[in-house]
Design a protein around this ligand. Structure first.
Ligand code: PXP
Length: 238
C-alpha cells in the first residue's frame, strides 16, 4: 500500500501575498492537489500570517472537510483558530519570530508540556487528531505519547541537509528507530521537512511511516512541470 501524501501549499499563498492579490488561490491549489494524488492538504498558519491567512484556513476546512492538516504553534491564539475551523488534524510545531521555516521539532519542558497537554485535550474534544512535530529522539517520542498525541511527525530536516551519504545513513537510522518506537507506543508516524524527489525514497523505505508532508519541493517543481504533474510524480514515488 502506498504512503499517504500531504501537500503543503503555503507557498501558493506566499506568491499571492507577494502582490497582496486575490490569486493564486490556495483553494484552487488544494482542489488540483487532491484530484491528482494528494491525500491531505497541509497549511501552516503562522502568527504573522505571512502566507496562509486565517480566512484561507476557514475556506479550506469548509470546502475540504476531512482533508486539511493544519500546522500551528501551541499559542492560545492558534488553539482558538483550530477549534473554530476544525481541520481534520493539527500538527503542533515550534514557531520562532523571524524564522524562514520551522527549524526543528518541539522542545519539551514542564511548562511547554502542560500547555501542550491542555491544547491536545481541547482539540480532542472537537474530534481533531493531534500530531506533534518532533525530532527523531526516543525521549521526545515518549513525551509525545505521554501528552496524548495521536501522531508524531518526525522532523526530516537534518536528514535532508546531510552533506555525505554516511551522515544521511546515520540520520535515516535515527528516523527508523524513532518510527519503530512511536509505532510501539501506538502512535501514527508522519515525516516531513526538506523532503524532495530525490531524498524521499530512502525515508519511504524505512517502513512504519503512514504519511509524508511535503511542500517546497512540490510547489517549486510545479512552476516548470505544472501542479498536477508535480503532485502525481511525488505520489508515484511513495
Ligand atoms: N512538516 C512540517 C511540520 C513543516 O513545518 C513543514 C514546513 O512548513 C513541512 C512539513 C514541509 O516542509 P517542506 O516545505 O520543506 O517540504
Amino acid at each position: 500500500m502506498s504512503l499517504k501524501l500531504g501537500v503543503n501549499i503555503d507557498h501558493i499563498a506566499t506568491l499571492r501575498q507577494a502582490r497582496r492579490a486575490p490569486y493564486p488561490d490556495p483553494l484552487d491549489a488544494a482542489a488540483v492537489c487532491l484530484s491528482t494524488g494528494a491525500d491531505f492538504i497541509v497549511v501552516h498558519l503562522r502568527k504573522d500570517q505571512r502566507h496562509i491567512q486565517e480566512k484561507d484556513v476557514a475556506r479550506l476546512c469548509k470546502v475540504f472537510p476531512g482533508k486539511i492538516h493544519l500546522e500551528c504553534s501551541y499559542s492560545e491564539q492558534m488553539e482558538k483558530a483550530a477549534l473554530k475551523y476544525k481541520p481534520h488534524s493539527v500538527c503542533i510545531v515550534p514557531e520562532e519570530p523571524g524564522e524562514v521555516t520551522t527549524t526543528g521539532g518541539l522542545k519539551f519542558s514542564p511548562k511547554t508540556n502542560s500547555r501542550l497537554m491542555k491544547m491536545i485535550a481541547n482539540l480532542h474534544k472537537k474530534h481533531i487528531l493531534v500530531s506533534l512535530f518532533v525530532s527523531p529522539v526516543a525521549a521526545d517520542i515518549r513525551t509525545a505519547a505521554k501528552l496524548g498525541a495521536d501522531i508524531v511527525e518526525l522532523c526530516t530536516r537534518d536528514y535532508s541537509e546531510a552533506t555525505s551519504s554516511k551522515q544521511a545513513q546515520k540520520l535515516l537510522q535515527e528516523l527508523a528507530l524513532a518510527g519503530l518506537l512511536a509505532n510501539e507506543l501506538g502512535l501514527e508516524v508522519h515525516a516531513g521537512h526538506g523532503l524532495d524527489y530525490h531524498n524521499v525514497l530512502a525515508v519511504a523505505d524505512l517502513g512504519g511511516i503512514s504519511c509524508m508532508n511535503i511542500g517546497f519541493a512540490i510547489i517549486t517543481r510545479s512552476l516548470f512541470a505544472g501542479l498536477p504533474t508535480a503532485v502525481n510524480e511525488m505520489k508515484g514515488l511513495l
